[in-house]
Design a protein around this ligand. Structure first.
Ligand SMILES: Nc1ncnc2c1ncn2[C@@H]1O[C@H](COP(=O)(O)OP(=O)(O)O)[C@@H](O)[C@H]1O
Ligand SMILES: [Mg+2]
Length: 452
């Protein structure tokens, strides 16, 4: 991965700006935060995501100094800050209700915190002007809060929070009061301002799309614990649990019993009589299995930061030319090029097993869930060939959203799944409709196998 990618959490030499060390917070005998450890790095835009009551605000309040941990420590820049009062921390918290002073102008609202420090007038003026420019509020400087829009008030609150140049800005549901369109615009503004100032942001949101949009990393919480902490793409593409998969975006969950795939036998369920590429020649067996382009992408973006780069095995000097029979059978069968290993999943009686080459063979014999995003399915009216997984179903419902359509498909056994298709064709040219029998197909790496 290129050195310019911002990923300090992958570098063991990087010192975190914030560290939670085995922090527990109890209110009476209720445990709100449970033995939680976490590192957040300078310049990160870090999002805390989780259902109401999971402890997000409690985390923020401990960072700001309004609550102290019952056990464990919080460090800021390497120093334990548990006994440092809120106003002595280089931390600012922007609350959901912006709490602007209604009788003060925008200019004076932004200057308020600066005036309470013993700063000289010229430096206060320069700083307020800079914050007005940053948040594009210069021409509203002399107005009162009720004379500007909700989105502009939100930017005033942000300008005021950033005026004292905190190391860390805490934003607890900052955009909750804005309507959807303004909310989306403001997300990009927040990212822009965060980048320009280099301040570390920790944002709390219950909106998973918002977290995915703004954050360098997302922490998914449940009942006072961190379930997964990772970049948005990993959280989406490689959730570590059914909980995370279900929390972020739409997902299809197919339950079944796993069997480890033995490396030598790759079954082609449809064409058992045809000797095809699934009985490889000696020369082919010598070759290392190569991932397809999706596999390459998955490896480069997700796995290589964790596992290191794939080592290319030296290619055999020359493969023997295929015999005429080999060429003929290969063309006829179009057997899928499924990499070896992983798991197969028995999910419905009388249906071919599903193949997930990225499944952990150690789950052999266990009940597991295959999590598949709706956009990973290809949908067709005829049975596709050359695919790892194809299941037959019936279209029950179609949701048309303009740019995308969602097909609700009933699979054998009654499981309902969603398949999402980008509409590149005009409506009249799309031929799948209600009650149609369709095939949903997906690659051997499209899903994620999660233990029950
Ligand atoms: N001061 C308090 N006294 C008692 N219980 C509290 C207090 N603050 C928070 N809690 C409880 O701790 C849990 C986590 O709260 P909070 O951090 O506000 O959740 P979130 O922000 O994720 O919705 C909730 O069950 C809440 O009722
Ligand atoms: Mg909260």
């Amino acid at each position: 991965m290129a050195a310019s990618v911002f990923a300090p959490w992958t570098d063991p030499d990087q010192k975190p700006l914030i560290e939670f060390r085995n922090v527990t917070k109890r209110f009476g005998d209720f445990t709100a935060i449970n033995d939680l450890s976490l590192k957040i790095y300078e310049r990160e835009f870090f999002a805390l995501l989780g259902p109401s009551g999971c402890g997000k605000t409690t985390m923020m309040r401990m960072l700001a100094g309004f609550e102290t941990p019952t056990q464990g420590n919080i460090l800021l820049g390497g120093q334990v800050i548990d006994d440092v009062p809120p106003n002595k921390r280089a931390v600012n918290m922007m609350f959901q209700s912006y709490a602007l002073f209604p009788h003060l102008s925008i200019w004076d609202n932004i200057a308020f915190g600066l005036k309470r420090e013993s700063r000289d007038k010229a430096s206060i003026e320069a700083r307020v002007e800079e914050m007005l420019r940053l948040t594009r509020l210069t021409k509203f400087a002399l107005r009162k809060p009720h004379q500007i829009s909700g989105g502009q008030r939100q930017r005033v609150a942000l300008a005021r929070s950033l005026a004292k140049a905190p190391k860390l800005l805490l934003l607890d549901e900052p955009l909750g009061a804005l309507d959807k369109k303004l909310r989306e615009e403001t997300q990009f503004e927040l990212m822009d301002i965060q980048e320009k100032t280099g301040t570390t942001f920790v944002i709390v949101t219950h909106d998973q799309e918002e977290a995915m949009t703004v954050a360098s990393r997302v922490a998914v919480m449940d009942e006072g614990r961190l379930v997964q902490v990772s970049t948005p793409d990993v959280i989406y593409e490689a959730p570590n649990s059914v909980y995370v998969a279900g929390f972020i975006g739409d997902v299809n969950l197919i339950k079944g019993t796993a069997s480890a795939r033995t490396t030598a036998t790759v079954e082609e369920p449809e064409a058992p009589t045809q000797p095809a590429e699934n009985t490889p020649s000696a020369a082919q067996q010598e070759r290392t299995p190569r991932p397809n382009s999706y596999g390459e992408w998955l490896h480069d973006t997700l796995l290589s930061p964790i596992l290191g780069k794939r080592v290319e095995a030296p290619k055999p000097k020359q493969l023997p030319a295929p015999t005429p029979e080999e060429t003929a059978t290969a063309k006829a069968a179009e057997a899928p090029d499924i990499p070896e290993g992983g798991l197969s999943l028995k999910w419905a009686d009388g249906e071919p097993d599903l193949i997930a080459v990225n499944g952990d063979p150690a789950l052999d014999g266990k009940e597991v869930t295959l999590a598949l995003r709706p956009e990973k399915f290809s949908i067709s009216k005829t049975k596709p060939t050359g695919v790892a997984n194809a299941v037959k179903g019936k279209v029950i419902d179609i949701g048309y959203l303009g740019n995308i359509s969602t097909y609700h498909v009933e699979l054998p056994g009654g499981l309902m799944v969603k398949s999402q298709v980008t509409n590149t064709r005009r409506i009249a040219r799309r031929d799948i409709t209600w009650e149609d029998t369709v095939w949903l197909s997906f690659t051997a790496t499209a899903g994620v196998v999660l233990p029950e």
